[in-house]
Design a protein around this ligand. Structure first.
Ligand code: SAM
Ligand code: SF4
Length: 329
């Protein structure tokens, strides 16, 4: 069991996309009102007096879509300045990034992961559930801006869905040829859209690697902050390829992370709803931060027993109720 030092913080449960693997078609999502969300000062209190003293040093801001959080740059700056923050990163769909990339970089954001499931604007729009003017150009402009202002290594996340975007795996891998980018292929999980999962299933990373190996060859490599990804590169390429294989090679036993939802629920395991605790209510009812730290400390101790196993969830039920945008992906 790794020591748990990594917290994924959902800043907002709303999103401006409806990716088909994340949100089921036609689903009516109930969003939090602004007072229901953890306020900036509450989040900063939890980080400074609960998580950092307990040994957390790596923080990822996510959502929903984190760029929709009002006054985001100020919040990023405040988190980055907390003593004990070693690494502050963000996962975003990049749609609003072109105007924010420089300010986020200046505010102290260290790294960015960007979701990009297709290079084809029609496929991209179909995946994100967009029926109006294509959103691909603005998303690509956001990615270019992140590259320009110096986010390094820039990581692109691709959720591979059979028959939807798997035919683009080679094109997406080719992006690493002349760019120092890290393209990561993620196995589709039975979270969020269980119907699509049942219909399409998922492709094992080993099969994707084989396709890439047949075309160009593949060698092992390293990348900063690789997390659970197995890292490779195409010989001679500037960038690298990551494979996140939580379905075919369940890595739940070495999980080093916890998740904090936008309304302050701390979830020690992505798949286990029963064990979460409501930090917002503890804060708002005046519980002493030392006491909150003790409660979270106990949850940390219990994490190895609490962890579910992705392979069990995938094989027994084939689906899981809540979306990643609600949990905080
Ligand atoms: N909106 C931001 C974005 O899309 O990058 C951040 C939140 S999103 C929930 C975080 C990550 O969860 C994304 O990289 C997305 O691809 C991934 N994700 C969502 N649903 C998934 C699923 N069913 N299987 C695998 N990955 C999923
Ligand atoms: Fe897509 Fe991220 Fe929004 Fe989910 S939260 S719909 S993965 S952009």
């Amino acid at each position: 069991m790794n020591s748990v030092d990594y917290l994924r913080i959902s800043l907002i449960d709303r999103c401006n996309f409806r990716c088909q693997y994340c949100v089921p078609e036609g689903a009516k999502l109930e969003y939090l009102t602004s007072p229901e969300q953890l306020q900036n000062h509450e989040l900063l209190t939890l980080l400074a007096h609960v998580f950092i003293p307990l040994g957390f040093g790596k923080f990822r801001l996510t959502g929903g879509e984190p760029l929709l959080r009002p006054n985001l740059v100020d919040l990023v700056r405040a988190i980055a300045q907390l003593p004990g923050v070693e690494d502050l990163s963000m996962t975003t769909n990049a749609y609003l990034l072109a105007d924010l990339a420089q300010d986020l970089h200046d505010a102290g954001l260290n790294r960015l992961n960007i979701s990009l499931d297709s290079l084809n604007p029609d496929t991209f729009d179909r995946i994100i559930g967009n029926q109006g003017k294509s959103r691909w150009p603005k998303t690509w402009a956001g990615i270019q801006a992140a590259h320009r202002v110096g986010f390094e290594p820039l990581k692109l996340n691709v959720v591979v869905i059979p028959g939807v975007n798997d035919q683009e795996v080679l094109d997406l891998a080719a992006l690493t040829g002349d760019r120092h980018w890290h393209v990561r292929f993620i196995e589709f999980m039975p979270i969020g859209n269980g119907d699509l999962f049942q219909e399409r299933a998922w492709i094992p990373s080993a099969e994707l690697r084989q396709r890439i190996r047949e075309k160009w060859g593949l060698e092992t490599a390293q990348v900063q902050g690789n997390g659970p990804a197995d890292v490779f590169k195409i010989p001679g390429a500037k960038g690298t390829l990551g494979f996140i294989s939580q379905m075919s090679e369940c890595f739940c036993d070495r999980c080093n992370r916890m998740r904090l939802s936008a309304d302050g629920w701390l979830r020690p395991c992505l798949l286990n709803e029963a064990s979460q605790i409501d930090l917002r209510t503890l804060l708002r009812t005046g519980t002493d931060v030392g006491e909150i730290r003790a409660i979270v400390g106990q949850l940390l101790q219990a994490k190895p027993e609490i962890n579910f196993k992705m392979r069990d969830v995938g094989s027994t039920t084939g689906q899981y109720g809540r979306t990643m945008s609600q949990i905080g992906g």
